[in-house]
Design a protein around this ligand. Structure first.
Ligand SMILES: [Fe+2]
Ligand SMILES: [Fe+2]
Length: 270
């Protein structure tokens, strides 16, 4: 095994500390250091150990919030912050900037969809498919479709609603594998509930099967946190397919207006 002399000396506290050690202590330290390196090397070669469903469930009572709370309602680092006020007549862009941000995941998915030559309905679906996670996480396909349904093409809403189901089922022909990320977040022994299995059965025979399937194909699990993404390349598609209400999102009395208002003002107590 090759030893990085500098790293080894640094691990002991530097040259001065090493000079204070006798021969035997130095030999012990070296042996210990080599053992640790060897263990780390072996660990790096092991396949990742995914948690079980039971292990994930055991974490529930270790948190002051539930996993399904939308991201505007919780903070992973200390207290939540004051949110910037939404304009009086908020647009989709305002929500992207002030409530869905950084929105890296959806922007990267939509960028991929654009690069791979998807239809405009699918690119729009990819751009919006996980935005509702700011509001709520369980059943985010259904919630997300409902949030956007009054404003987007029927095919895009269908794709958003059902991407949640199809991501649990591989499709080799379409180039979609079950993601490792799901072994991590649901547990390696997770079985989708019956309503998801039933929905999958319905989708397999549906003429629009490929719409949500293409969202899953462009859904990135190993997305790059440093990639420079912007909503600008999607301006035209949003302009053509997103019916921005003149009163502003939340104030047009649509069936999902209350969801937009809740996103606007998540600090309201009632
Ligand atoms: Fe999703
Ligand atoms: Fe996604």
């Amino acid at each position: 095994m090759e030893i990085d002399r500098r790293a080894f000396i640094a691990s002991l506290g530097g040259v001065a500390a090493v000079n204070l050690m006798d021969h035997e202590a130095k030999a012990d330290a070296l042996e210990h250091y080599m053992e640790e390196k060897l263990d780390a090397g072996v660990a790096a070669q092991q396949p990742e150990k995914f948690p079980t469903v039971a292990e994930i469930e055991a974490q529930i009572e270790t948190r002051p919030f539930r996993r399904g709370a939308g991201s505007v309602f919780t903070s992973s680092r200390g207290n939540v912050k004051i949110l910037e006020k939404m304009p009086d007549k908020p647009t989709l862009h305002d929500f992207f900037r002030l409530r869905f941000a950084p929105a890296n995941h959806v922007l990267q998915s939509a960028t991929r969809a654009m690069k791979t030559g998807m239809s405009e309905e699918i690119i729009l679906a990819c751009l919006l498919h996980d935005c509702v996670l700011s509001l709520i996480k369980p059943d985010h396909g259904w919630w997300g479709a409902q949030l956007f349904e009054p404003y987007i093409p029927e095919k895009s809403a269908f794709a958003i609603r059902y991407h949640q189901t199809l991501r649990f089922y591989a499709d080799d022909d379409a180039g979609y594998e079950y993601p490792d990320q799901y072994y991590r977040i649901f547990g390696h022994d997770y079985q989708p509930p019956q309503y998801i299995a039933d929905t999958y059965k319905m989708l397999k025979n549906h003429k629009w099967y490929m719409e949500p399937r293409l969202v899953t194909v462009n859904d990135l699990y190993a997305f790059d946190p440093n990639a420079k993404v912007s909503i600008d390349p999607f301006e035209d598609i949003i302009g053509r397919h997103f019916k921005q209400p003149k009163e502003g999102l939340g104030f047009d009395n649509s069936p999902s207006a209350h969801m937009w208002r809740t996103l606007s003002r998540p600090d309201q107590p009632l």
